[in-house]
Design a protein around this ligand. Structure first.
Ligand code: SF4
Length: 460
């Protein structure tokens, strides 16, 4: 994990005791089942190559038939899976244990979390495999030669790299350690090997903004097209961080300066290369009080997961969903909608228009983040207890809806380990729905329940 913006619901780590890769389950009707695999087997080699995780197995078994050296108890046996479609189908392999990071980033959000958070949030992973599989950011600061060769051989692309600064001294200051090797030579090897890279800068005012950011953007833009784009996100500072005078929050004034600098770079890059390349996270626009850029300005929305373009995407999808509303009474006539403090001013006029179109009544409840601190304003980092308190304080009853990004998809828990049921109960609402986007809001009004596949529709 890199900072406040990163995905807060990564895969559950398993222990992976012993060598090779554990077979957790196997369907007897699958090719692997017919070849003789059993739960509890450990795959040591595939086609003569040692394997250490399921990615290795999938890579080496991808073409044609494959032979596995398997450890079963004290025995070692060889199993052959004949060539054919989906020769790995029906074989469930263990998840790997993430490699942990060796950095001590001065802004690390894990170090800023209070007691009582979901335990999975405390894992400091730094693993190119998670970068490839789930888009987690990695610094590459401790990457070993073997890992670089594996990325190139297995074509683990695209990767997501926390750059922060191309100036190695600034980078070392931010990472809290001197990286094992400089970033650019590693990046260049990956890019030469046709690995594509998305980059991220966690912007810390006075450290890697201004001329440092400009140099970083220019150097990386020079590595297009393999280097796909650069997201600039504001440092997240919770109330629970250790005092560090080097860290300052992004103020509205700083946000405007950053946006001005990025705007200049975008214009230049667009003329020279046909792409804006560097993009500011939505928080900068919201903090600065500037208009949200148009859809075109986000190009392909390649860094949506970084909070770059999420607001524009929401606004566009809201318009579309509103336009598709068909006349008729809504199934839910009153709904309390919860939002992060920064986004609430943009959401309020949208809800008023939705009221006119649907006949439903909305109550908007902006939630201050007391759990982490008022400086944390994004919806994805809201705690169950803050939501419950805000809803109860607003006198919410009946149906209420919260942004789905505040809840871990795998665990169904808020940041503070609260379940949706507990949050609904403490809030005093009858039903607490989770909304993945504006379409869910209108579907909820139309059908009276959260969409299938969402985490919502939890009775208290
Ligand atoms: S120390 Fe740095 S690299 Fe490690 S988890 Fe924290 S922010 Fe990520």
């Amino acid at each position: 994990m890199q900072n406040a913006r990163d995905r807060l619901s990564g895969p559950a780590a398993k222990n992976g005791e012993g060598p090779g890769v554990l077979v957790e389950s196997v369907s007897s009707s699958s090719r692997a089942g017919k070849a003789g695999f059993r739960p509890g087997d450990r795959i040591l080699e595939v086609n003569g190559r040692e394997v250490e995780d399921h990615l290795d197995v999938r890579f080496h078994a991808a073409l044609g038939d494959w032979e596995a050296l398997v450890k079963r108890g004290e025995e070692r046996i060889r199993l052959v899976v004949p060539e054919g479609p989906d020769s790995l189908g029906g074989l469930e392999l263990e998840e790997f244990r993430p490699r942990l990071c060796g950095n001590r980033c001065i802004f690390c959000f894990v170090d800023q979390l209070p007691p009582g958070v979901r335990p999975s949030l405390l894992v400091k992973d730094e693993d190119v495999r998670l970068s490839f599989l789930h888009g987690n950011y990695t610094t590459l600061s401790t990457i070993r030669e073997r890992e670089i060769e594996r990325i190139l051989e297995q074509r683990l692309s695209p990767l997501y790299v926390s750059v922060h600064a191309v100036d190695e001294d600034v980078r070392a200051l931010l990472l809290g350690v001197r990286p094992r090797r400089p970033l650019l030579p590693v990046l260049d090897r990956l890019l030469e090997g046709k690995i594509e890279v998305w980059g991220q800068v966690v912007l810390c005012p006075g450290i890697n903004d201004g001329a440092v950011l400009e140099e970083t953007a220019r150097v990386l833009a020079g590595r297009r097209p393999g280097f796909l784009g650069l997201a600039v996100v504001p440092v997240g500072l919770s109330d629970h961080r250790r005092p560090d005078e080097r860290l300052r929050p992004v103020t509205p004034e700083i946000a405007r300066d950053v946006l001005d600098g990025i705007d200049r770079l975008q214009r230049e890059f667009l003329v020279e290369t046909g792409t804006r390349f560097v993009f500011a996270a939505d928080e900068f626009h919201l903090l600065a009080g500037r208009p949200i850029p148009s859809t075109d300005e986000y190009e392909e929305f390649g860094m949506l997961e970084d909070g770059v373009g999420m607001v524009r995407d929401f606004l566009d999808r809201f318009e579309e969903a509103l336009g598709e509303w068909e006349e008729g009474p809504p199934a839910i006539r009153e709904l309390t909608v919860v939002s992060g403090a920064l986004f609430a001013p943009l959401l309020a006029p949208l809800l008023r228009r939705a009221e006119e179109a649907t006949g439903a009544r909305f109550r908007l409840v902006p939630v201050k983040n007391a759990f982490l601190g008022a400086g944390i304003t994004v919806a994805g980092l809201l705690a169950g207890r803050d939501l419950a308190e805000a809803l109860a304080g607003a006198g919410a009853r009946g149906h209420a809806a919260v942004p789905a990004e505040a809840i871990s998809r795998s665990a169904g828990l808020f940041l503070d380990d609260w379940t949706i049921e507990k949050t609904a109960e403490k809030a005093g609402v009858e039903r607490l729905h989770t909304l993945h986007g504006p379409e869910d809001l209108f579907r909820l009004l139309r059908e009276g329940r959260s969409p299938e596949g969402g985490a919502g529709d939890y009775p208290s």
